[in-house]
Ligand binder design. Structure first.
Ligand code: NAD
Length: 457
């Protein structure tokens, strides 16, 4: 099928590459000419395992191309996926300016029937706004071309995006019941047939329910994380081990083991903004989502937990202290640092007078970019950050190591070397990678999240 992807970011590029891999003829559009140039030169603008190979293979086969040419992109695809960003507006609602701009572009140039697919995460009711924006352009042109707006939210996880797209748990598609909606349903069914060979994974529903499903899923996952983080903080006080508790409750099939890890808070481009946007949608209808307000507040507090533990351990005085940080990305296998907990920790350490050496396997370049933004009010603090070349290199002379991202490379370090390189053998583990008892045996002072019972003397 002829497919256009509007927005060649994490979601758009993965969607385009995977649909090309299945034999479709894909046109990827972006307004960012630098991104398109990188792609056209054989590069890849993001870190995502497996993506580079798929893009290269399909470009060579002529099944995927990258361009900034809007008119050509509209002409190409019978199905037009909108996969542009929906960042939070000042009031926390989803900013739809990019989605609506993409819709207007389609209306400006389309001639025949188009299926317009909202793949971006968008609030309930957005499909109607996309249809109105597109129709207004058609009206200006006096065109009677037909279209149907479909909701097909994306559930891929950064770091496993290709695998998730190729082997989805579910495909959610919302269509309306008009004749155009029925036609769109048929085309979407055909497009997704290869994903349903083993068993049917598609959940067909109305458009608003599909839009809602994406927010409900992210809000539920964020809730589980904040719930465990709140319990972990209590566990630290009462002398229980949150890891034991996690196993104890996760074994109940009604609860399950996934997404029950306590840590130093969730980040990324999705959970923080989607929780906020759902709250805003509720407020538009005069409702307050009390659970989600708490989820957000708990998470904001949790991002400060590592910094607070460090301050407490060093008697509230970090002047002249030096720390190592392992992990800057908001989670492993991505270079994405949007709303990453590392940024909060770094702020707490530097603004309290400490110096820091940081290491991340893939986000070092991104880190330089975001730290410059984070410290634009105090650029002199940037000179207190050293970008280390290896995890061990980051440790030299540090008063403690703080672990923020659970990269595999950090899971089994050479602890003898860790102890030798650190000035003081102290670890603040924001992801509970290690066993407190083992750390004590090795001679490392260990501070996890919700695990103080095991390190208590
Ligand atoms: N990143 C994820 O893990 C993930 C997962 C599921 C859903 N989502 C949702 O998918 C959407 C996209 O997220 P992302 O992380 O891929 O964003 P991104 O910022 O990585 O990519 C968006 C791209 O859209 C481009 N763009 C903006 N306006 C455009 C226009 N009018 N025409 C063409 N291109 C345009 C931007 O230049 C950018 O390259 C968001 O709504 C997000 O919430 C993201």
């Amino acid at each position: 099928m002829k497919i256009t992807i509007i927005g060649t970011g994490y979601v758009g590029l993965v969607t385009g590459a995977c649909l090309a891999e299945l034999g479709n003829d894909v046109f990827c559009l972006d307004v960012d000419s630098k991104k398109i140039e990188i792609l056209n030169n054989g590069g890849i603008p993001i870190h995502e395992p497996g993506l580079e190979e798929i893009v290269a293979r399909n470009r060579a086969a002529g099944r995927i191309r990258f361009s900034t040419d809007v008119e050509a992109s509209v002409a190409h695809g019978d199905v037009q996926f909108i996969a542009v960003g929906t960042p939070p507006d000042e009031d926390g609602s989803a900013d739809l300016q990019y989605v609506l701009a993409a819709a207007r572009n389609i209306g400006r140039y389309m001639n025949g029937f188009k299926v317009v697919v909202d793949k971006s995460t968008v609030p309930v009711g957005t499909a109607d706004r996309v249809a109105a924006a597109l129709q207004s352009e058609l009206t200006v042109r006096g065109s009677d071309a037909h279209f149907s707006v479909v909701s097909n939210p994306e559930f891929l996880k950064e770091g496993a995006a290709v695998e998730d797209f190729m082997r989805p748990d579910r495909i959610v598609i919302g269509c309306d019941n008009s004749p155009q909606g029925e036609k769109a349903r048929g085309m979407m069914k055909k497009l997704y047939t290869p994903f349903n060979r083993n068993h049917e994974r598609t959940y067909w529903m109305d458009v608003r329910s599909a839009e809602f499903t994406k927010y409900a899923a992210n809000a539920m996952l964020a809730t589980r994380i904040s719930f465990m983080n709140e319990l972990a903080n209590l566990a630290d006080h009462v002398g229980a081990d949150i890891e034991a508790v996690r196993h104890g409750i996760g074994s109940d099939p009604r609860i399950g083991h996934s997404f029950l890890y306590a840590g130093c808070g969730y980040g990324g481009s999705c959970f923080p903004k989607d929780v906020q946007a759902l709250e805003r949608t509720a407020q538009d209808y005069g409702l307050n989502l009390l659970i989600l307000q708490a989820v957000e507040a708990v998470n904001a507090r949790q991002k400060e937990v590592l910094g607070n533990k460090i301050l407490q351990r060093f008697e509230q005085n970090l002047k002249g202290r030096h720390f190592a940080i392992w992990g800057l990305a908001f989670k492993p296998n991505t270079d994405d640092m949007r709303a990453a907990s590392s940024r909060v920790l770094l702020g707490e350490l530097l603004r309290n007078g400490a110096t820091v050496a940081v290491y991340d396997p893939v986000s070092m370049e991104e880190a330089k970019r975001v730290f410059a933004l984070d410290f634009s009010d105090a650029p002199e603090l940037l000179s207190s950050i050293r970008f280390a070349t290896t995890p061990m290199d980051a440790l030299d002379g540090a008063d403690a190591l703080a672990i923020v991202t659970e990269w595999k490379a950090f899971r089994s370090p050479d602890f003898d070397q860790v102890k030798t390189r650190l000035k003081q053998a102290i670890i603040f583990d924001g992801r509970n990678l290690f066993e407190p008892g083992v750390m004590t045996e090795i001679g490392i002072e260990y501070h996890g999240i919700g695990r103080s019972v095991l390190t208590r003397k």
